[in-house]
Ligand binder design. Sequence first.
Ligand code: NAD
Ligand code: TYD
Length: 358
Amino acid sequence: MRRKRDRGIQGTTERIDRMKILVTGGAGFIGSNFILYMLNKYRDYDIVNLDKLTYAGNPENLENAMNNKHYTFVKGDIADAGLVRGIMDKGIDAVVNFAAESHVDRSILEPASFIKTNILGTQVLLDIAREKHIARFVQISTDEVYGSLGSTGRFTETTPVQPNSPYSASKASADMVVLAYYRTFGMPVVITRTSNNYGPYQFPEKLLPLAITNIMEEKPVPIYGDGMYVRDWIFVTDNAEAIDMVLHSGKDGEVYNIGAGYESANLSLIKTVLRLMHKPESFITHVKDRPGHDRRYAMDPSKIMNELGWSPRTSIEHGLELTIDWYTANRKWWRRIKSGEYMTYYEKNYSVKGLRTH
Ligand code: NAD
Ligand code: TYD
């Protein structure tokens, strides 16, 4: 097995200059932010991005990385063992697995792809990472695996998993498989469980980008049920920094909760967005509730703060301002998504053939 110390893992003081990371699902929201963060921070690291380009994957998110010699894009499925083996054969030091079906509402309509990618895909990655003695496997998970809280308390890493949606059940299952590979095979795995992310490049089906872009289009903002569902919000770059710390310094077999401590009911969050965008509250429209809707998530991030020295940098007001500014400056990006044009835009404009399979 590769010695971890030589691969830049376990403690920043022993970090060496080069590392080759396989990032999966890097054309999505958090994955693309993570790749841009890492390429900027570690100028000599190599990143291979394996992404299937489902509806949620958009290579345009990584336009700024396209000409970077340290970045390679591979279109493909994490459940394709032959493809994954071919990539890992070329000397990967660490895997960061973002690839997933990620939208709760879609998991209610069509759970099969969630089971296939989130559970079986993760198992394929684990098997080949084990075969190739990869020195670090980071599984990107979610606070949703813990289920729903009442009005008090916060999730810690020892809170039992009790997922409620097909999405969170698939993520919780993957977490169990990842931990089983640590206990059974001694694989060097770590899991991050993060609260609701927001920021640039988030697909406008999730609450905040949907609300911001609808408001820009003078359309109503749909609020499920009474709008008193509480989420714990974190700016995506703060999450990228936390994942970087866990990748380098996290302890094998451990779970790290990541959250910035900004709890908000959906209704008051959207009222803040409307205030920042100088628009009236009449944009808010209550619509039918989501079935099995979790009432409240809240993370206790003490472990990563105390053990790895992470803390969030971005306040919710500042993060919302940055996000609104980004969606204002990048209308073409989200308009192409909302119109569906983004599905063919990249191939047409960058002469990349056969990028998407429809
Ligand atoms: P996203 O939906 O924006 O991106 C997912 C990416 O995975 C897309 O690029 C998609 O093309 C790719 N993908 C899907 N199936 C694939 C497959 N079989 N093989 C290869 N690539 C595939 O998701 P996101 O919001 O960026 O979330 C990334 C990860 O973080 C997910 O694992 C999610 O569960 C987790 N997470 C997200 C949040 C959040 O608030 N968005 C919070 C906590 C955890
Ligand atoms: P979402 O962004 O889908 O993230 P998650 O379900 O993973 O937390 O939803 C965030 C919250 O916003 C959740 O309580 C559901 C709610 N919501 C709405 O009220 N309206 C919407 O149109 C969407 C997409 C979500």
